[in-house]
Design a protein around this ligand. Sequence first.
Ligand code: ADP
Ligand code: 5GP
Length: 232
Amino acid sequence: MTEFFLRSHDTMSDASPENEFLMLIVSSPSGAGKTTLCSRLRAEFPDLKFSVSYTTRPPRPTEVDGREYHFVDEDTFRTMISQDAFAEWACVHGRYYGTSRDAIASARQHGGGILFDIDYQGARQLKASYPEVVGVFILPPSLQELERRLRGRGTEDEATTLRRLANAKGEIGHYVFFDYVVVNDDIDQAYGRLRSIWYAEKSRRVRHATGCEKLLAESASAPDSPNDAQED
Ligand code: ADP
Ligand code: 5GP
């Protein structure tokens, strides 16, 4: 019965450390709360490495080069495009943003997972290259609340704020690219849902095939016990 189960579910081919690695995208319209939610997730799960993107937008006062983003000029960004350095890149709210292939490769070496805070265009590109990637779309409870949060954050000038709010409607229309939607009304409840997604995705059979195969190998080499479990 066990053998039948294994073959019929093709578990053997799942048994690769590669499959244990989780690629998690969190996207949202600007101001919906994805940075806040991602920070909590990163603090709770240190084996989830954050993909530090490259951007041509200027740093905000609290941002540090190499921590929130690698801040580069447009020439550098274009050179990186021509060198195929990006796994995905896009123009978002009039600035360039991109995920470097190096960020993914280095996170893979550590195992665990990688967290991408990227827009729907990037999510679409990553999904095309890595079908196993998991996408979460964060929504505000209303557009009015989105505006209140964006203005309350106080990081954008008026023109940029208006541009981001105008773009929000178009962005929300791309929810269909994502596997999960989390409405960020109450922050603790929204975080609870995001955390549940992390646990559920980390618990997928495919991510445990290596461990299961090890246990099976151990039990195959162990001496038979008189009380062997019955196979039915
Ligand atoms: P994003 O990264 O999606 O642009 P942020 O995480 O920067 O959004 O959040 C925008 C603002 O809204 C921040 O000032 C943040 O503290 C606030 N915020 C986030 N989630 C909530 C929430 N559930 N209720 C009220 N304010 C929130
Ligand atoms: P912000 O300027 O507020 O940090 O980010 C603006 C938007 O750009 C957000 O939607 C954010 O998710 C997105 N973004 C950040 N980094 C990347 C990236 O590497 N690629 C893409 N496609 N979008 C990104």
